[in-house]
Design a protein around this ligand. Sequence first.
Ligand code: 3PG
Length: 327
Amino acid sequence: PINIEFGQEAQTAAAQKLKIGLYFAIWWALNVVFNIYNKKVLNAFPFPWLTSTLSLAAGSLMMLVSWVTKIAEAPKTDFAFWKALFPVAVAHTIGHVAATVSMSKVAVSFTHIIKSGEPAFSVLVSRLLGETFPLPVYLSLLPIIGGCGLAAITELNFNLTGFMGAMISNLAFVFRNIFSKKGMKGNSAGGMNYYACLSMMSLFILTPFAIAMEGPQVWALGWQNAVSQIGPNFIWWVVAQSVFYHLYNQVSYMSLNEISPLTFSIGNTMKRISVIVSSIIIFQIPIQPVNALGAAIAILGTFLYSQKIAELKMDLLQDICSSFKRW
Ligand code: 3PG
């Protein structure tokens, strides 16, 4: 019977690994499609506040329809749930709009190179919240910061708003991930419905700001311009960027629900490699060797950092195990 139990456990663990692997592959593929259509739209229609709002609106609508038609079961929420969701939604809104503004100003690859520095921000925020790490963790941040810095100063199309947008997005998403993981722990909503509620609340927060920052008049003019440039198919580009934004985030939240924030951030960095490479090929972005070197150092730095954090967790685990043994 013990062997059977072990066999079953191994099977469950393998099935779980397969499921996470599948989530990751779908997440990255959907993200690449989103990034391509988002940039195509922004090139012809440079209104990032509206495109960010449309992404949230598409997700909210899709989820409302799924609930009404019972394709997905609607979550049971109360006031406390929405109250706890509010800071997550604020961070999600800021991180989303800042990244989109960044991508409207610079190459998609550049935004994602800077966004690969997200782990450095997570250490900074944890430090501010009072958590300290051993020296090797801080040292492992140096290649991330150095690599991002090198990529930034050698970027052919450098733009300060583009750079700052990606930096602000990093900071906001660190808070979003910390609050989300905490928020998801205590409720039964599940990753998919949790992200659906997050989209709805973010849409509510972002809409008045989008109107104030850009507004219907410039949108109407910009739309006419884009349609005359691209043709009537332009609307499908907007639909694609909006729908794929929701889908990739939904899948990423479904995986965040099952894994630690650390595994999530490693998955997210690997995702950026596929986005950087595919956008360089599709948009034929000119890059200098030193610029590519900076990106490679930054991404390698993220792996080193993840390794350090993972070791730290292992040490902690070993400490706990040996105290148990002593006890
Ligand atoms: C956004 O618009 O929210 C960004 O493109 C998201 O970036 P990320 O999900 O790749 O961090």
